[in-house]
Ligand binder design. Structure first.
Ligand code: COA
Length: 194
């Protein structure tokens, strides 16, 4: 039987991660036409309403049903503020990869980093996975800061590892592994006591 991620809602501090819905189509269309989003993600350009509908109805559903991943809306006060997903999941090896974008109206609150931490902890503690990888183009400083604020560890630079509209890019590779969570749990009381 195919191993899959369950369909859940995850509660964060001031936001929730929930499944995408048809109601999100307009916001997804607007967010995915934003210049910064299109600079770093190889999305269709222009990004039309039918692309967003296909994302909600086909791409997100297929990701979960195939077991390869799961897609969430980052929801603040009932409105989509971004999107975060797990992809390329290898259940046998215990690995998955996180990706995200935040809509222009949601930026500046570290939502990507906070959502990444919540989702990665869920994957490692709740779904039996061992390693979550995150890759950000070397020029994408906001994404690298988001990875770092989520507690991901920088491993190095994968050369010529991605394609964006502007051309090929090197990508910084980060990861969070299960032992990192044990370390932060063990370390907190020690810190508090010093
Ligand atoms: C990357 C992205 C998701 C971050 O969104 P966010 O969570 O709202 O991030 P914030 O605006 O709160 O910024 C997070 C950090 O990056 C820094 N930052 C933001 N824009 C920056 C820039 N252009 N250059 C350098 N640092 C920047 C912020 O100062 C903040 O740093 P801090 O944590 O030290 O305070 C968002 O910029 C985005 O959607 N970009 C386009 C899509 C994308 O790049 N996806 C990731 C592909 S790997």
């Amino acid at each position: 039987m195919t191993q899959r991620f369950p369909e859940v809602v995850l509660a964060g501090d001031g936001f929730v991660l929930r499944p995408l819905a048809q109601l999100d189509v307009e916001d997804i269309t607007a967010a995915c036409n934003d210049a910064a989003t299109l600079e770093w993600l190889p999305l269709p350009r222009p990004y039309r309403r039918e692309h967003a509908e296909g994302f909600v109805d086909v791409i997100a559903r297929d990701a979960r049903e195939s077991g390869r991943g799961v897609v969430f809306a980052i929801d603040v006060s009932g409105r989509l503020h971004g999107c975060i997903d797990l992809k390329a999941t290898d259940w046998r090896a215990g690995t998955t990869e996180v990706g995200y974008w935040v809509a222009p109206w949601g930026r500046g609150q570290r939502l990507a980093g906070r959502a990444t931490r919540l989702l990665a902890e869920w994957a490692l503690r709740g779904q039996g996975l061992e390693r979550v990888v995150l890759r950000a183009a070397t020029g994408n400083l906001a994404s690298q800061r988001s990875a770092e604020s989520a507690g991901f560890v920088r491993e190095g630079v994968a050369r010529n590892a991605g394609l964006v509209h502007g051309g090929r890019v090197d990508r910084v590779v980060y990861s969070l592994v299960r032992d990192d969570l044990q370390w932060s749990v063990c370390r907190s009381p020690g810190r508090a006591g010093t």
